[in-house]
Write a new protein. Sequence first.
Length: 385
Amino acid sequence: MKTMRNAASVLLLVMVAVAVASMACTQDLKFSKAVPKTPEELLAELKTHQEKIDAATDATMKRIDEFNQTRKAGERTIHFSEIYGQEFTDAQRDVLNQMIAQEKDVSYKSLLEHIVADRNELQALQEKVMHLEQALPDKFVVVKKGDRHKDLAMNYLVNEMQLPPEKAKTLLAEADQTDELVPGNKVWFAYDPKDDAFRTYVTRGEAKQLPYALRRANQRNLIGERDTARSERDVAQAEVGSLQQVKAGLESDISMLQANKASLEDSVARLSSDLSFRQNSLFYHAANERSLKDQGVLSPVLKRVKDVKPLQYEASLDLRQGTTINLEPRLFGLESIGRIRLLPPIFQEGRDYTVETSEATGTAKVTILDPELFKGKEVLVSVGG
C-alpha cells in the first residue's frame, strides 16, 4: 500500500510539472497590437507565430498522450482530432466538462483543463493569423482536392508572372514546399522582379487543419505501424536470438580476420617494396671537398676518409631505373666542377664508374659502370672545383 501511494505521488508531480510548462508556453503566444507596416515585417511576425502554433500543438499532443496513458481499459480517452482542427460539438463539450468535474485526481483534472485551454488558444491564434493574412499583398489560391504545391507555384510563375519555365523551376527549387495540402488551405505566392525573389507558403484558409497537422497525423500513424512492426520483430528475434548471436560473433571474427589479413598484406607489400628499393639502390652524400675537410670527414693532407659519422646518405639512385648522377656546381658553392671522387677508395674510376665534366656548363656526371657492385652501398661523393 505504501509503495502504491509513493507511485501515485510521483505521478501527480509529473502531471503538475507538465501542466505548468504548458501554461508558460501558451502565455507567450501573443501578437503585437499594431498591424505590421511592411510585407517583410508581417511575414516575419506570421512565421514567428506559426512556430508558436507548432509548439502549442506539440504540447497539446503530449498532454493528450499522457492523459490517455492514465486511462484504464474501457475508460474514455481523448483523440487529437477532437481537440484541434475542428469545432467541439455540444456532446463533446458536455463529456469533457463531466470528466473534469468527476475527476478525483487533481493532476488529471489539470491535464484536461489545459487540453481545453490550449485548444481555445490555438483557435484564437488561427483567427489572428487569418486576420493578418488579409493585410498581405501576396496572391493566393484556394487548394482543391488533388492540388500540388509545386504545380500551383509553377502556374503562378509561368502564367501570371510570365517567367520562362526553366527560370520558374530554378526559383521553385529554392522555396520551401509541402506535399500535405488540405482542400481549403490557401497557398500564397509573391515574386519581386526587382530582386528576383520568390516566396510561397501555406495558411489554413477554410480548411480545418494546416498541412503540418496532417503531417503529424500521418507521422502518428507511421509511429503506430512502426511500433507494431517492432513488436513483431522482437518476437521473431527472441525465437532466433541465440543463432543470431552466434552468427554475429562469427561475422565479427571474420571481419576482424579480414581486416588483419588486409593490414598484413599491406605491410608485407610495403616492406617488400622498401627492401627491394634498398637492395637495388646506391645511397650517397655529395658535398664540397673543402666542406668535408672542415667537418673532419676528410683528412686535410691526403684527402682520405677520416670520420663519416656526421654524414647522412640522404640521396639515392635506384639502379634498376638509371645509372647516372648529375651534379650542379651551384649546389656546392662552386662556379664549375673540376673533379669528382667516390669514397671509400675501393671504388675505382674507369673500372667501376666514370666522371664527365663540362667546361661550358660547369656540371659533372657520374656514370655507374658496374651496378651490381654499388647496390645497397653508401658512397661519399667529394666534389672539387
